[in-house]
Design a protein around this ligand. Structure first.
Ligand SMILES: Nc1ncnc2c1ncn2[C@@H]1O[C@H](COP(=O)(O)OP(=O)(O)OP(=O)(O)O)[C@@H](O)[C@H]1O
Length: 244
């Protein structure tokens, strides 16, 4: 079953087109990654899919609902972790979880989620006192508190140490195994390769490749006598708008 369908999405800021005719679909239970250089239009794309921004052109449906006209219904079905989510400094971890849980009709067990992201010892800690990685883990838990059918995660593991990254990947696989569809933006090639079933590569607001990580790598062949990796594939596909 198709869960996310993006058709001819375009978004302009002033006279600059930052997302330009993007189309793709994501199937139920898939982990779908979006890769691209800084400014390629990844966040704008996922914000349009989350219903947080209104596209200038094109249509987007998530779980059969139109993101322009059926935002209210969608809000309960999508969990969104955005870059640099900011909470009130004095709000404690447990309080934030309970507050967000109260927004949803059928929330997850917040203590279980907090344990899954490794923040049980920080439950009474105010947001301002958390480290960057702990804030990041809290934002992942908050994205999942509503038991979403679709999780949209922007720069999932930025700022996390290697152990926490692996734990986070495990958590994402677990929620996928429960049937949640995952859309994630990442700059990490290992994360994209290990975690994602398929990847869309954005360059200058356009999709320049859409395939499994293995197929993207196979398309490159050898580089300097070595078998290419995903970074080689990414570098070969992107950077068309660069001056150098
Ligand atoms: N509210 C806004 N007003 C004007 N321009 C914007 C706005 N938001 C984003 N942009 C511009 O749109 C382009 C795409 O931004 P976007 O955040 O979608 O890129 P990205 O691929 O997510 O980048 P990064 O990897 O740096 O997060 C950038 O050039 C950015 O400066």
């Amino acid at each position: 079953m198709t869960v996310i369908e993006v058709n001819g999405l375009s978004k302009r800021y002033g006279d600059r087109t930052v997302v330009d005719g993007v189309s793709f679909t994501v199937a139920e239970g898939e982990i779908f990654g979006i890769l691209g250089e800084n400014g390629a239009g990844k966040t704008t794309t996922v914000e349009c899919i989350s219903g947080l921004r209104t596209p200038d052109d094109g249509s987007i449906s998530v779980l059969g609902l139109d993101t322009r006209t059926e935002r209210e219904q969608l809000r309960r079905l999508i969990g969104v972790q955005l870059q640099e989510s900011q909470l009130q400094d004095r709000l404690r971890v447990g309080e934030a979880m309970q507050l967000y849980a109260s927004f949803y009709p059928d929330p997850a067990d917040w203590r279980e989620l907090i344990a899954a992201v490794g923040l049980t010892d920080q439950v009474r800690m105010p947001y301002a006192k958390l480290s960057g990685g702990q804030k990041q883990r809290l934002s992942i838990a908050l994205a999942l508190i509503g038991n979403p059918r679709v999780a949209i995660l922007d720069e999932l593991t930025t700022g996390l140490d290697p152990h926490a990254r692996r734990e986070t990947w495990k958590l994402i696989r677990q929620i996928r195994d429960r049937g949640v569809t995952v859309l994630l933006v990442t700059h990490f090639m290992d994360e994209a390769e290990r975690l994602c079933d398929r990847l869309a590569v954005l360059d200058g607001g356009k999709i320049v490749a859409l395939d499994t990580p293995a197929a993207l790598i196979a398309n490159v062949g050898d580089v300097d006598g070595y078998r290419a990796n995903l970074e080689d594939a990414f570098l070969a596909l992107t950077g068309s708008g660069r001056d150098n």
